[in-house]
Design a protein around this ligand. Structure first.
Ligand code: C2E
Ligand code: CA
Ligand code: CA
Length: 737
């Protein structure tokens, strides 16, 4: 999109709008001498200043004058008699206007009967009094000059005021908009804010995705509308039976520029990245836009341009992360996200995994396109079954569905489903598949990952057998619980016996191969010499409340390692992992801070890692805590970024300095298109929001080269080094400085 200064095109046919268009001036005469007032009013009424007549209001004392000024906000000038009910009644009224009514803009011209009553210079300055005249000296010609000069001043001041107010509105509006994350909400806010900024909108229309720009530009649907256009939502733009509006829209699309017209302006936005998309905003106004309004709209336009760019990025990443690329069916990540919402376990009561048989053969025989069509058809058929709450394509050939309480998926259901011939690209086709089903009850106490992988192993066993195609399995809960209890006891003991310590894994700059930091990873060695992986004991530590103690142990190890590294001349930061449970404990930041202070370690030597999933659970509160760390100079990395079980779009609000690309995307770099897209997208998001980016799980040269090509320069992974004991890590550091 063209972002030159020359973004704005003015319709030549439009009248140049007059700034602060007014049809007449308003002057108030405050005077207790009726004769003088009559003469003044008479003279003023016959004057034409800057092409406008004057409306004259009168008051005979300061009380009355104050009332009128409070009521009539359009008064430009006050002629004010100094001596009225008291010697300084006029000056007191000035004080009221400037300080009590807080009106710095009204111009005040003081009048006195005699030179002796003239206000001093200081008084004139203090009250911002513009002019002072002795009544007898005020003739028609200098009255005209005085008025003319003062009205010019008024106009300049008013322009400044509205500009300032407008800018304040633009700032507020941009803030309001940056908090909106989905396109509909965002668009609605844009229209509302435009209304607020220029204050004269008669309603607006907003449309996104003008797909067929060239041949049929106005067929695109109106997604949001306000004011009198509300009823148009969902209809194409060309239903507008307003020539001016349609012409403006067409011009905007044709020239790809904003169009301003007195009564109807069109803002045009286009983005090429990540996908080509265009937006138009139509603003209708009852009175013509002033230059000041247009200026504000321009500034606002710049702000929403960025808003759209961010929106497009995050929406796209959500799409990539949660949907199967070719079919747009929700993927495994999405199902994890759904299942990690605990209310699901109450709402849905059954999970069924369905795997299509011989899908690879089908692809070989009928081609990729046919396979995609088949997946789409199965998706449609399954979705249509009664009681289906959620559906996902969890692997290349397997679907998972969740069903509600009232609709059991039985062997019969499945048989009917299989018997039904489906139409794929015009030919009848018999779906061949196997299914495994299980009850879904919270007491199963399994993570979504555990649940799916257990069901999948059942399914693959049934796949081999030629018996029935539907199996119902009982996931027993007894084993899991007693196993976990034993582990918890052992873990508790291990923590006290210092069986758990930090290993360090290097982070490197891939271009130079040099060390840039370490990540501390917990390792548990039982007295039997067995190494228990963190994936096993971290969940237990989290649920049993021991995670805080574990992480403090690791953080202490980090502090000791930092000091040892420093003593051999290596000064790189170490990152440590925390879970969101801890972050939300009151006083977490303080307890970390006092721990590292006691150890003599500075905050900038540390980097706190929190997974995206847990950060997003309660991102508003988590953000507050993370910000405290950033404020004292610590880095904050969002771990496993891209798997985002919750809304990725909140990343803009999350306080962070670094995004850590999840290893699952690196794994398939160079193999799966979607991985490249996600990685690209994350790199783009990072650069847009000024965040650093690092890839984890870099295992091969190919990974490294791909990442460098995409513009990600920092990494961590087995290709460089595995996590190792602190002493070893120090030696590694010395070799890779
Ligand atoms: P994480 O924070 O995402 O840590 C990265 C994991 O990737 C580590 O697994 C690391 O050993 C592994 N890894 C590093 N390079 C590669 C590679 O090239 N390929 C592959 N496939 N894996 C690689 P680890 O040590 O098993 O830790 C697992 C998770 O446990 C960590 O994931 C982290 O979330 C958690 N964790 C580990 N230590 C702590 C800790 O002290 N406190 C907390 N709260 N969580 C921890
Ligand atoms: Ca980590
Ligand atoms: Ca990670």
């Amino acid at each position: 999109m063209n972002r030159d200064k020359d973004l704005f095109e003015f319709d030549e046919e439009a009248d140049t709008p007059d700034t602060l268009d007014k049809s007449r001036w308003t002057v108030l005469s405050v005077e207790d001498n009726p004769l003088f007032q009559q003469t003044l009013v008479h003279t003023l009424k016959n004057m034409l200043i800057q092409g406008h007549n004057i409306e004259v209001l009168t008051a005979t004392n300061s009380e009355e004058a104050r009332y009128i000024i409070e009521q009539r906000l359009d008064i430009n000038i006050v002629f004010l008699d100094v001596v009225m009910e008291t010697d300084d009644a006029g000056l007191q009224l000035v004080n009221v206007i400037r300080h009590t009514l807080n009106n710095p803009i009204i111009r005040i011209i003081l009048l006195t009967g005699q030179p002796g009553q003239a206000p001093s210079r200081q008084v004139m300055e203090r009250y911002d009094i513009d002019d002072y005249w002795i009544k007898t000296e005020l003739r028609e010609d200098n009255l005209f000059n005085t008025l003319n000069g003062n009205l010019k001043t008024w106009r300049r001041m008013e322009e400044l005021r509205t500009a300032r107010e407008g800018m304040e509105n633009v700032v507020a509006a941009s803030q309001a908009i940056s908090r909106r994350h989905d396109a509909l909400q965002f668009s609605q806010t844009v229209l509302d804010e435009i209304d607020r900024i220029i204050g004269i909108s008669d309603g607006g229309i907003m449309s996104l995705e003008l797909d067929d720009l060239v041949s049929n530009p106005t067929r695109s649907e109106i997604i949001v509308a306000t004011g009198q256009f509300k009823y148009l939502i969902g209809q194409p733009i060309d239903v507008l039976n307003n020539d001016l509006m349609l012409r403006q829209i067409q011009r905007a699309i044709k020239y790809r520029k904003h169009q301003f017209h007195g009564y109807c302006s069109v803002l045009f936005f286009a983005h090429e990245q990540p996908e080509s998309i265009n937006y138009v905003i139509v603003v209708r106004s009852i009175v013509p836009l002033t230059e000041a309004d247009i200026h504000l709209l321009k500034v606002f336009g710049e702000n929403i341009f960025n808003g759209f760019a961010n929106l497009a990025l995050t929406e796209n990443l959500n799409e990539l992360a949660y949907k199967h690329r070719q079919t747009k069916i929700h993927n495994r990540n999405w199902l994890y996200k759904e299942l990690s919402d605990s209310t699901y376990w109450d709402r849905a009561s059954q999970i069924v995994l369905i795997t299509l048989s011989n899908l690879s053969d089908i692809t070989v025989t009928f081609g990729e396109e046919f396979t995609i069509e088949l997946l789409k058809v199965v998706d449609k058929e399954l979705t249509a079954l009664p009681g289906v709450q959620a559906l996902a394509l969890i692997s290349r050939d397997a679907f998972a569905i969740l069903l509600d309480d009232d609709n059991e998926f039985t062997a019969e259901t499945f048989n009917v489903f299989l018997k039904n011939k489906v139409d794929i690209n015009g030919r009848d086709y018999n779906i061949i598949a196997k299914a495994v089903s299980s009850r879904l009850v919270s007491s199963l106490n399994r993570s979504p990952e555990q649940l799916l992988s257990q069901l999948e192993s059942h399914l693959s066993r049934f796949k081999l057998s030629h018996s029935t195609s539907f199996h119902s399995v009982e996931l027993d809960k007894g084993d899991l619980i007693s196993e976990q209890l034993q582990l918890l006891n052992a873990f508790n003991r291990g923590l006290n016996n210092k069986e758990i310590k930090a290993f360090l894994q290097p982070k490197v700059d891939m271009q130079s191969g040099k060390l840039i930091g370490f990540e501390a990873l917990a390792r548990w060695f039982t007295p039997m010499g067995e190494m228990i992986p963190p994936d096993v004991f971290i969940p237990i530590a989290e649920t049993s409340g021991l995670i805080e103690e574990l992480d403090k142990t690791i953080l202490l190890d980090c502090c000791h390692a930092l000091k040892k590294l420093q003593s051999v001349g290596v000064t790189v930061p170490i990152s440590f992992n925390v879970s969101s449970h801890e972050l939300l404990l009151g006083g977490f930041a303080n307890s970390i801070l006092s721990l590292i202070q006691a150890e003599g370690v500075a905050p900038h030597q540390l980097d706190i890692e929190i997974t995206e999933t847990s950060a997003m659970v309660d991102y508003e509160q988590v953000s507050v805590v993370l910000k405290q760390f950033i404020d004292i100079g610590m880095d904050v990395s969002i771990d496993d970024f891209g798997t985002g079980f919750s809304s990725l779009s909140h990343i803009t609000e999350l306080a962070a300095t670094t995004l850590k690309i999840d290893k699952s995307f690196i794994e398939y770099l160079g193999e799966k298109d979607a991985s490249v897209h996600v990685v690209e997208m994350i790199i783009r998001i990072a650069s847009r929001f000024g965040l650093k980016v690092i890839a984890e799980g870099v295992e091969t040269e190919l990974h490294r080269d791909k990442l460098l090509e995409l513009g990600c320069f920092n990494a961590q992974g087995y290709f460089y080094a595995r996590p190792m004991p602190i002493e070893e890590a120090i030696q590694w550091a010395l070799r890779h400085q």
